[in-house]
Design a protein around this ligand. Structure first.
Ligand code: DLL
Length: 446
């Protein structure tokens, strides 16, 4: 009953209306005040920042306007690795009440830390993000983001609790059990990576569970790039509205930016806590609003781990077009991928998410794929492994025809010629968290 009453007010519900709809000038003044404080805090308490600022001959007091941020040095992932594990912390270790870390598959893990105040603000920002995407107090949130060192599980968990939801703390894996509990508990909101959400939907169908006609109505999907084609697939498959949510552990975790349910077009970046810039990754110069480049973020309120001009490697653009939801915070347009995910195939730049956009929704194909990279002489070659949906003709001729059709389609949409391998239903590996989209065999090829 409470949920139904709240649903009538869904369009007007905001978690922190005053700050979410703040006039731009007031928001800028707040950012400037907080930016000064965070620069002072970083310079005074983190030897790494002190020496970087000194080398660049800048002092926190040199910041007179927000645009002066361009004179301050960037922070890179390698800076966190070089200061492993705790040397980037700006508060004594005993004030750090929690750490998270990256998996560290490509070197030392990146360790991030939070004070009590940081955790409080994070839960608030996640609650704001959930409300922005249309979740309501009193709803049941099924959380299939991984719990542990990854920020997804605990980040979503405390945010949903803060909003006043009932949280089901599932973590990833055990997909049949996930389906059973979504259905038995009558979950309203699903949190998962988009690739894992597809997996859940597929397993539900195989179990004969119709989630489309269940109370499930909303999904918060992020932690990996995904396309609008995937959004359409998930919305149809699960009978939900699919909301894009963005974040990264170095800055906070999930809850840095989130789409509003009214427009689902660009993610409101929470500017009272973060300063967003987009730079040209080659010249490192800031780009005007609207131009595409690398997202750079400065935290404005983090105590344990202030990040000054953190280069995310994520490629996007900002939009300051007014939004019908009434929020004034800038929109971060869908992140197409990281600059280090970009493939160069015979001179053409390709992001895996562009291949995804071409494949998902293609007749007869399931939304599962992997890109295999090999070396042919001096050139990189790309083969895309795609999968047939069940119950379509799958003889040799059918598969070669499908391969030719998909190849043409990718060529016309993405501009590259690639090999296609058509696999049988279930043959492309399924995701339980962040999907592995690229298998790089170039070092093994001759
Ligand atoms: O993935 C935090 C998160 C958890 C975000 C749950 C959303 C939901 P990391 O493991 O540090 O943190 O990975 C961060 O993932 O730099 C992007 O490259 C990518 N990413 C995150 N959200 C999106 C998104 C979490 N909505 C890295 N679209 C980021 C595209 C995303 N890429």
């Amino acid at each position: 009953m409470a949920v139904q009453t709240a649903a009538r007010h869904a369009d007007s519900f905001m978690f922190e209306r005053q700050v979410e709809t703040m006039p731009r000038a007031a928001l800028g003044a707040l950012q400037l005040e907080r930016l000064r404080q965070v620069l002072e805090h970083a310079y005074a308490n983190v030897p790494h920042y002190r020496s970087k600022f000194d080398t660049a001959c800048v002092k926190p007091a040199d910041l007179k306007t927000l645009a002066d941020i361009r004179h301050f040095p960037f922070t890179l992932k390698t800076d966190l690795r070089d200061n492993y594990p705790f040397n980037m912390f700006a508060v004594p270790r005993d004030q750090v009440v929690r750490v998270h870390a990256s998996s560290g598959t490509t070197g030392k893990p990146t360790v991030v830390g939070y004070t009590k105040g940081d955790l409080d603000r994070w839960a608030g920002l996640m609650a704001r993000s959930f409300a922005c995407g249309g979740a309501l107090p009193g709803e049941i949130v099924h959380n299939a983001y991984g719990y542990g060192l990854f920020t997804g599980g605990l980040g979503a968990h405390y945010g949903a609790e803060r909003l006043g939801c009932t949280v089901v703390p599932m973590s990833g894996g055990g997909t049949e059990r996930q389906v059973t509990l979504i259905s038995d508990f009558g979950a309203n909101v699903l949190c998962a990576t988009p690739s894992y959400a597809v997996n859940i939907g597929e397993v539900a169908a195989a179990m004969g569970v119709d989630l489309k006609n269940s109370p499930l109505r909303l999904g918060f999907f992020g932690a990996e790039p995904w396309s609008d084609a995937m959004r359409r697939d998930l919305e149809a498959r699960l009978g939900i509205k699919a909301i894009d949510i963005y974040g990264l552990s170095e800055i906070l975790g999930p809850g840095v930016a989130c789409e509003c349910h009214q427009e689902q077009a660009g993610l409101h970046g929470w500017e009272d806590h973060f300063l967003f810039e987009v730079i040209d990754p080659k010249t490192l110069q800031p780009l005007p609003i609207g131009e595409s480049g690398e997202l750079v973020i400065t935290t404005l309120t983090k105590e344990a781990l202030p990040m000054i001009r953190y280069r995310t490697r994520d490629i996007t653009r900002l939009s300051d077009e007014p939004c019908s939801c009434g929020r004034t915070h800038v929109r971060i347009m869908r992140v197409t991928g990281r600059d280090d995910d970009m493939l160069i195939i015979r001179g053409v730049n390709v992001y895996p998410s562009q291949v995804e956009a071409a494949l998902v929704g293609f007749p007869g194909l399931a939304p599962h794929y992997q890109i295999v990279l090999t070396r042919e002489g001096a050139l990189d070659a790309m083969t895309v492994e795609v999968e047939l949906v069940p119950d379509v003709p799958a003889g040799d001729q059918d598969r070669s025809r499908k391969a030719r059709d998909v190849q043409h389609h990718i060529k016309s949409l993405v501009g590259v010629t690639c090999g296609i391998v058509v696999k049988m239903p279930g043959e492309v590996p399924r995701s339980q968290g962040k999907a592995v989209r690229v298998r790089d065999l170039r070092k093994q090829s001759t």
